[in-house]
Ligand binder design. Structure first.
Ligand code: SF4
Length: 338
């Protein structure tokens, strides 16, 4: 599992995946955990801005370390430093049809989201004229990222289910044609809710300007929470409110679960004002984020250590990727030998 380094990670990432990864890491249930900073994948739709991707590798690593991913228990590595992943993808490409990729719902949705299908929009300086091949084939690249490490389990959100399905198909096909070689992964579906944006948008996103970042200072968090969308029908603080349509109440449910029922009841009765309600939420969020900020401050001051962690992880990933490529080539009979 992993993240594309296109920006700092936010609370949506924490709720949707990071929190779970730390739990899995500390559960002792798995012998090995690999977490990838997917810079090569980020380039599939940022080819004209490699510097953004490069800069964010370290930002994502800082976020990982600050939330408690521990390099002694989880291997943190950079995708582009493991060349074997490209090699595997190259072989897997022969096992997938263009039509199958076109049917992949995640690919369809991502293409629509980025406006690739329509070609270059007016004023678009990226000279985008359609779907980059690298982007179109990224489910195959993901199959390499998973199978290279003989992953048995991949934690995913619901929207990524079709990607794992595609990996499983590639594994089936490979093993059927070349003999039992690759490990078929199971998916571990996240039961974490998707966190909506502060503006009421269904998704919290880097590009939507509606996110609270894990690295935001306390004052910034307070300011952002105070700007969150609430029940617009409440004019005076004792007007009865509708917490079911309020973003703040949804955040209370996730980050202040013990108080959630009380807050909803008080809101409905007009016994709590929105300012007080938001202040309580900001306090809960800052309680959660403070230990992350402390860890981050340490690693910010020791960037060489962060660099060493991800390079050491990449070396290890490289070694394992190499072994898998060897097995794959042997299975395919594409080696020079006796
Ligand atoms: Fe939302 Fe809280 Fe205001 Fe109710 S009191 S509308 S839950 S911010």
């Amino acid at each position: 599992t992993g993240d594309r380094p296109t920006g700092r990670l936010h609370l949506g990432h924490f709720v949707g995946s990071l929190r779970r990864r730390v739990e899995l890491q500390n559960s002792g249930e798995f012998d090995e955990i690999f977490i990838m900073i997917a810079d090569a994948q980020a380039l599939t739709d940022n080819a004209d801005n490699p510097e953004k991707v490069r800069q964010n590798i370290i930002e994502v690593a800082l976020d990982y370390l600050s939330v408690g991913l521990d390099p002694a228990k989880s291997t943190l590595f950079i995708q582009s430093q493991v060349a074997e992943l490209c090699e595997l993808a190259f072989y897997y490409m022969n096992l997938v049809t263009v039509q199958r990729l076109q049917r992949n719902p995640t690919v369809k949705a991502e293409i629509a989201l980025r406006g690739f299908a329509e070609g270059a929009a007016e004023g678009d300086t990226t000279q985008r004229q359609g779907i980059p091949v690298g982007f179109f084939t990224y489910p195959i690249s993901q199959a390499s990222d998973i199978t290279a490490f003989r992953a048995t389990t991949v934690p995913v959100g619901e929207d990524q289910e079709p990607m794992i399905e595609q990996t499983r198909e590639i594994v089936h096909k490979f093993n059927a044609v070349y003999g039992e070689t690759l490990v078929e992964p199971d998916m571990m579906l996240s039961d974490c809710p998707r966190l909506m944006g502060l503006d009421g948008n269904a998704k919290m996103g880097k590009s939507l300007g509606n996110a609270i970042y894990l690295s935001d200072p306390a004052e910034e968090v307070r300011k952002k929470v105070m700007s969150a969308v609430t029940d617009a029908s409440r004019i005076k603080k004792d007007d009865p409110g509708h917490p079911d349509i309020c973003v703040v109440s949804k955040y209370h449910k996730v980050f202040n679960a013990g108080e959630y029922e009380n807050i909803c009841e008080s809101c409905k009765k007009g016994a709590i004002g929105c300012v007080a309600c938001k202040k309580a939420l900001a306090a809960s969020l800052n309680d959660l984020l403070e230990p992350f900020r402390e860890k981050r401050a340490y690693y910010e001051a020791h960037r060489d250590e962060v660099r060493d962690i991800i390079l050491t992880g990449s070396e290890k990933a490289n070694k394992i990727g190499n072994e898998t490529v060897k097995e794959v080539k042997e299975a395919m009979h594409i080696y020079i030998g006796d």
